[in-house]
Design a protein around this ligand. Structure first.
Ligand code: MN
Length: 500
């Protein structure tokens, strides 16, 4: 559903005219070869467009202004094959509005010790050409990423791919519309925030819709469409029929109806993320459970209780991971830190939600079950039940501090469990937060991170850092090396660094 190839990255090579025609021809040939090689690598999610070598201040400004004006351009990859005096770059960089990656590579991999001469060195010059460029971007404080490595190296390519994924999420965010059915949950602080500032900073637009707007769509869904979707559920999941088969069928069909209505509503309103609120279900028979789970699996952002920031972050994760090779259980989801398990040396967190966890992270084929929900006062909702795939993952939350947004991230390890949770018929995961529950939870709480998160076992911290750099928001992470003392200091330093 999400196509990352619509986002193009421009590859620009810096040089200057004093090298003469022969050298400049070689510069152009070399950079074309690098672009061809990168484009041939299927791990890179987006196409790279080669641009003419930049030799003058005017040419640089013009090219970067064209990039700004091209809505398909998601970012710039800049490489200084030779020396490119950086005063030439000031006007162009000053106007640049696209994410910037400085790719400090070199056409030649190893030094040819027997034949190396000054001509060779004058061509293979990025070791100092890219330092000149690095100075001016540092001096001008341009948001940027620097990747150093040979262009054929697989780790280098993987890092470029990750940066592109972050850039694609930024581009998607600029036109992202998050439908908010109802407001955020009454009196809750962390799920609220400044929607105007979110739009200025990330591009996220958060239009409100009355739940009646959706109910009107629900009432129009045909029985035949429900029959077809029910058949799809039946082949994708193991339905647990329980004692009252008719009630099970009725409840699952109701979720099918909601899913069909939501898809139509979102298509007509250009929506790629949404929130629901169990306090605001007037005219609906069930809290959307299965419907939200399935839409998340298809790439929609979602969060419960009107939490539009987390819904946008889940969508961000979906874009970042679009088209990635995946095994069973690799994916991203809305998540909530629910309950602690305090056991000496085995402290864990149980992550779940009332219903709405994305089946992309399911360890095995989910079961489709119908059970009462003790909150909201509606009919028994159908939901997918499963355990999350074990392995490394991360949880992230975006919180609004009034003067800025902060993204808090915690690396976690989902553990295998043989527990059956016989009285907890919801999707759930047990994880060990890094470096341990006490340090992680104390740090998270000190940072003001919320209870809702976007969870992923495919996204790296580096990808999220790239995204935060591009959007210009603070990111603070809790991982294997974190100590509470160091983390508190980091919070204090960040408070100063982010003072506007
Ligand atoms: Mn919640």
């Amino acid at each position: 559903m999400i196509d990352l190839t619509i986002h193009k990255y421009w590859f620009i090579t810096g040089s200057q005219s004093l090298y003469g025609e022969d050298t400049l021809k070689k510069v152009a040939d070399d950079s074309k070869k690098i672009v061809q090689d990168l484009n041939a690598d299927t791990s890179l999610p987006c196409p790279i467009l080669w641009k003419e070598t930049l030799l003058t201040a005017d040419g640089i400004r013009k090219t970067l202004e064209e990039a700004n004006a091209d809505s398909n351009c998601a970012g710039i990859i800049a490489w200084m094959h030779t020396f490119s005096p950086a005063k030439m770059w000031i006007a162009g960089l000053k106007s640049l509005q696209k994410p910037l990656l400085q790719f400090n590579t070199q056409f030649n991999a190893e030094i040819p010790f027997e034949s190396i001469d000054m001509d060779f060195m004058n061509l293979n010059q990025s070791a100092h050409g890219d330092r000149e460029f690095g100075f001016i971007t540092a001096r001008m404080d341009i948001p940027r990423k620097v990747i150093v490595g040979h262009w054929k190296d697989t780790t280098t390519k993987a890092r470029i791919a990750q940066w592109m994924r972050a850039g694609s999420a930024v581009a998607d965010g600029k036109k992202l519309r998050i439908a908010r059915f109802g407001d955020n949950m009454r009196d809750v602080a962390v799920t609220d925030g400044d929607k105007v500032e979110a739009m200025i900073q990330m591009g996220w637009s958060v239009p409100y819709f009355g739940i009646g707007d959706l109910v009107a769509y629900i009432n129009k869904v045909s029985e035949k469409d429900i029959d077809n979707l029910f058949d799809e559920y039946n082949s994708n999941y193991s339905i647990v029929w329980g004692a009252d088969k008719e009630n099970t069928r009725k409840s699952i069909r109701e979720q099918a109806k909601i899913e069909i209505a939501m898809r139509a509503f979102f298509a007509n309103n250009d929506i790629n993320a949404f929130t629901t609120n169990f306090e605001d279900l007037h005219g609906m028979k069930q809290l959307p459970g299965l419907a939200c789970q399935r839409l998340m699996a298809d790439g929609f952002g979602f969060a419960g209780e009107g939490d539009w920031k987390t819904a946008a972050l889940v969508r961000t994760f979906k874009v970042m991971t679009a088209g990635m090779e995946r095994e069973q259980g690799q994916g991203s989801s809305f998540m909530e830190d629910y309950t602690y398990h305090f056991e000496p040396n085995k402290d864990l967190i149980l992550g779940a939600h009332m219903l709405e966890v994305c089946p992309s992270i399911a360890e095995k084929k989910p079961t489709l079950e119908v059970h009462p929900l003790g909150i909201g006062g509606k009919e028994d909702p159908a939901r997918l039940v499963f355990n999350g795939r074990p392995g490394p993952a991360l949880c992230a939350a975006v919180v609004d501090f009034g003067s800025r947004f902060r993204c808090v991230v915690n690396e976690v390890s989902v553990v295998e469990t043989n527990e059956k949770f016989p009285h907890l018929p919801v999707a759930r995961l047990l994880w060990k937060p890094e470096p341990n529950l006490v340090t992680a939870a104390e740090s998270w709480i000190l940072a003001g991170g919320g209870h809702h998160t976007a969870f992923s076992n495919q996204i790296s911290i580096e990808m999220l850092r790239d995204w935060a750099e591009m959007t210009g928001i603070e990111l603070i992470s809790i991982g294997a090396g974190t100590t509470v003392e160091q983390f508190r200091n980091e919070l204090r330093w960040n408070a100063v660094a982010w003072k506007h």
